[in-house]
Structures are given as structure tokens and as C-alpha cells.
Design a protein around this ligand. Structure first.
Ligand code: NAD
Length: 422
């Protein structure tokens, strides 16, 4: 990515994905033909979905499904419902999934889907009809061996249950493995809800040990106290990490001695907010992001660390719980400052790893207990973390480029082995 960019260009997800791909592919000396294949998605499907609204009107919604690569296995990736979904964004996220699945070495390619709609204005029934018609339009492209969606922004396990049911009705038998992130009673996996946060805790712990720091006294700042941030906070707290600040949309709190996370969760359950927690003091949201700490865990949204603020980061480790929290221009600044970055495609891959376990369990028709899910997740996250870090050392690149190089190399190797079908 060139250094002279408008802020809009710096924040564009497709340009960010391309910048990382280009740098890693150049370092790998990737063959020009393979670069051409991997730069473009293998399939992009656009559907226009007619749906009857509750008031009787007919509306047509636009939806996308992009399969970036199926070289290593079926496409894997979420479906999001949002008013600002664009094909560019879905493309970038699909490529991201290819690299994420490859870096953690699970047998999936990458995909992503989206429907342009505003879920806050739609009833449950309308959302169900959108989901079912979207699935029906894509019926030939989905399947346990083809493309396996999962929840993403504004979709959840109920949405996945509707996708699974619609797909199964068309096939005339129940196919649980067509989606992951399903309710437990419909073939979901134990440990899935916690998996991404658990993965963040595991790689943060490994990074601290790698840097010779003691996890049991590490100071942690967390942005976003939702599924990923909340779970990571709970699991880190259980292991003695000191969560000194939590940042949310409506405020941030600070306690240098460490926040009691179960109590904070209870406070939020009762009041609906983390603010006014009696055992911490209020702090500016911006100020909290730049506190001195061992681990900064952005777990809210993309593009929070940019060329405008990266120089203010005072964390030793940046564990990217969110997807794309750091722009490519910010990467350069963090590298100069010596921040140890655990890139998103590794740090938050606990979720897709347990989604893989869900798919395996559905196909076996044999379900694991939570301990087994967590043990296997731990094994994979630890070994993948160390692979990326040794690869970075060996090739003298930062962890993000190392993760991309490892991933691109694996996908390119699969394409070479398969050959080009003509
Ligand atoms: P979530 O909606 O459960 O939680 C996000 C939290 O961040 C919410 O509590 C929200 O209020 C807060 N938030 C939003 N904007 C904020 C801001 N500007 N400052 C501070 N807090 C803010 O979502 P999630 O599932 O935890 O996902 C968080 C991030 O992790 C997203 O980038 C998502 O793509 C990524 N991710 C999630 C998973 C998963 O399994 N859930 C897997 C991989 C990546």
C-alpha cells in the first residue's frame, strides 16, 4: 500500500487485503500465474431476493455470496445482514477467510456472504423469509462439501437454523453440516461461543511467554466487551491477567489493580452498561486505548488503529481479536515501535477452528464434550502461534506478513498439486 493515501483508501478493506497479499506474495516470490488466481475470488454470486413484508408490500433485497478459494476444501465464512454491505467488502472478507483457514491449517477455503438490509427495521418473520429465500437462491452453491456459512454481523444461531432447515428441505433430508454456529440441539458444538475469546487468551499467553513476560501479572486493555472481548476477559481474569481497562461504545473504565470481570459482567447484566461500575473509575475511551499495558486486545470493530493514532499505542503486544482492527499503514508504525502483533487471521481463528470441529462432529454424527473441544482448540492455537512466530524469525518479517506467507504458500501449494483443470 503506498504511503500517500486518503483516509478513505487507508480504511478500505479490499485495499488492505490486497496490500497484505501483495507484500506476502512478493516475499514468497510467488509465481505470477498463481498470484493472478489468488488475487481474484473464484466465484461471486449476486441474488435479488423478493420478500413479502409483514404489511403486505413486496421488497427485493440484494444478497451476495463470494467464494474466494476452494483449493483446500469447501468455502467457509459468515453471512452478514447490514444496510451497508458491498460486494467489495464481501470479497475482501472472503479472501480473509481463505488466509485464516489456511494459517490455522484447517481443510477449508474462504467465503463470505451478505444481504443488504437493515435488521433493526425488520421483524423476526421478515428476517426468516429473507434468510430462507437467500438460501434457496444459493442452493446449488452451498453444502458441506461446497460452501459452509456461519453467523456474522447481525446473524446468529437462529439464522443458521433457518439456513440449515431450508437447505435440508430442498435436499429432502437433514444436513446439519451445511452451516456452523448452529444451536447445540441442532448439531452445534460445545465450546463454540467461547472459542474466539479462548483463542485470544491462548495466543496472548503464548506471546507473553515468548517475550519472557509473566502472564499472571500482565496488564490488559480490552476494547469491546461482547462475545470475543467479554469471553477473552473472563478467561484471562481466571488465569490471573490484570484487566486494567475495558472500553465500550458508551464509555470506558479503569482500575490499575485489575477489574473483577465476573462482577463487571453481573453489573452489565443488571444495568445494561459497563459504565458506573463501582470498582473502577471512568476514563476517556481514547485515553484507555493508549494506556501502558502488556496486552491490548481490540475486540470491537475494524480500523481502530490507523496511521493517525498508531504511534500512541503503548502496549507490548497487540492481540487482534476483531477482524481488521489495524490498517496496513498502521502496521508500519507499530513495527517501528516494536509492538508484537498477533495478527487477526491467527488471533481470532479460535472461532473458525471450533466451527471446523462442529462440521467434523456433524459429519461423524458423534459429539464431543466441552473438555475435548477446548483441549483440541488449545493444541491447534498453541502450535499455530509458534509456527507463525518461527516463520517470522526465519524469514525476518513481522508476524502478520509471516501469517500471510504461510497461508498463501499452503493455498498455492494445494493449487499446484491439483493442477489447472482445462
Ligand atoms: P459483539 O457484537 O458480540 O461485540 C462487540 C462489542 O464491541 C459490543 O459490545 C459493542 O458494543 C462493542 N463496540 C462496538 N464499537 C465499539 C467501539 N467503537 N468502541 C468500543 N466498543 C465498541 O461482536 P463479536 O462477536 O465479539 O465480534 C467482535 C469482533 O471480532 C468483530 O470484528 C468480529 O468480526 C470479530 N470476530 C468475531 C468472531 C466470533 O466468533 N464472534 C470470530 C472472529 C472475529
Amino acid at each position: 500500500m503506498p504511503a500517500k493515501l486518503t483516509l478513505e483508501q487507508e480504511l478500505n478493506p479490499w485495499l488492505a487485503a490486497e496490500a497484505r497479499f501483495d507484500e506476502a506474495a512478493a516475499r514468497l516470490g510467488l509465481d505470477n500465474g498463481l498470484c493472478k488466481i489468488l488475487r481474484l475470488p473464484s466465484k461471486e454470486i449476486t441474488v435479488h431476493i423478493p420478500v413479502q413484508l409483514d404489511d403486505g408490500r413486496l421488497e427485493v433485497f440484494t444478497g451476495y455470496r463470494v467464494q474466494h478459494s476452494i483449493a483446500r476444501g469447501p468455502a467457509k465464512g459468515g453471512i452478514r445482514f447490514a444496510p451497508d454491505v458491498t460486494l467489495d467488502e464481501v470479497r475482501a472478507l472472503a479472501a480473509w477467510m481463505t488466509w485464516k483457514c489456511a494459517v490455522v491449517n484447517i481443510p477449508f477455503g474462504g467465503g463470505k456472504g451478505g444481504v443488504i438490509c437493515d435488521p433493526s427495521l425488520l421483524s423476526e418473520g421478515e428476517l426468516e423469509r429473507i434468510t430462507r429465500r437467500y438460501t434457496a437462491e444459493l442452493i446449488d452453491f452451498l453444502g458441506p462439501e461446497r460452501d459452509v456459512p456461519a453467523p456474522d454481523m447481525n446473524t446468529n444461531e437462529q439464522t443458521m437454523a433457518w439456513v440449515m432447515d431450508t437447505y435440508s428441505m430442498h435436499l429432502r433430508h437433514t444436513v446439519t453440516a451445511v452451516v456452523t454456529g448452529k444451536p447445540l440441539d441442532l448439531g452445534g458444538s460445545r465450546g463454540r461461543t467461547e472459542a474466539t475469546g479462548r483463542g485470544c487468551m491462548i495466543v496472548s499467553r503464548e506471546a507473553l511467554q515468548h517475550l519472557g513476560l509473566d502472564p499472571s501479572s500482565a496488564r490488559v486493555v480490552i476494547q469491546g466487551f461482547g462475545n470475543v472481548g467479554g469471553m477473552a476477559a473472563r478467561l484471562m481474569h481466571e488465569r490471573g491477567f490484570k484487566i486494567i481497562a475495558v472500553i465500550e461504545v458508551d464509555g470506558a473504565i479503569y482500575n490499575p489493580k485489575g477489574i473483577d470481570i465476573p462482577k463487571l459482567m453481573e453489573h452489565r447484566r443488571q444495568t445494561g452498561s459497563i459504565t458506573e461500575f463501582p470498582e473502577a473509575e471512568p476514563i476517556g475511551r481514547d485515553e484507555a486505548m493508549f494506556l501502558e499495558c502488556e496486552v491490548l486486545l481490540p475486540a470491537a470493530k475494524e480500523n481502530v488503529i490507523t496511521s493517525q493514532n498508531a504511534s500512541r499505542i503503548r502496549a507490548k503486544i497487540l492481540c487482534e481479536g476483531a477482524n481488521g482492527p489495524t490498517t496496513p499503514l498502521a502496521d508500519g508504525i507499530l513495527a517501528e515501535k516494536g509492538v508484537f502483533v498477533i495478527p487477526d487471521i491467527l488471533a481470532n481463528a479460535g472461532g473458525v477452528t471450533v466451527s471446523y470441529f462442529e462440521w467434523v462432529q456433524d459429519r461423524q454424527g458423534f459429539f464431543w464434550n466441552e473438555e475435548l473441544v477446548n483441549t483440541r482448540l488449545e493444541e491447534l492455537m498453541v502450535s499455530n502461534f509458534h509456527q507463525v512466530v518461527s516463520y517470522a524469525d526465519k524469514h525476518s518479517v513481522n508476524n502478520r506478513i509471516a501469517a500471510y506467507m504461510l497461508a498463501i504458500d499452503r493455498v498455492a501449494f494445494a493449487i499446484k498439486l491439483r493442477g489447472i483443470y482445462a
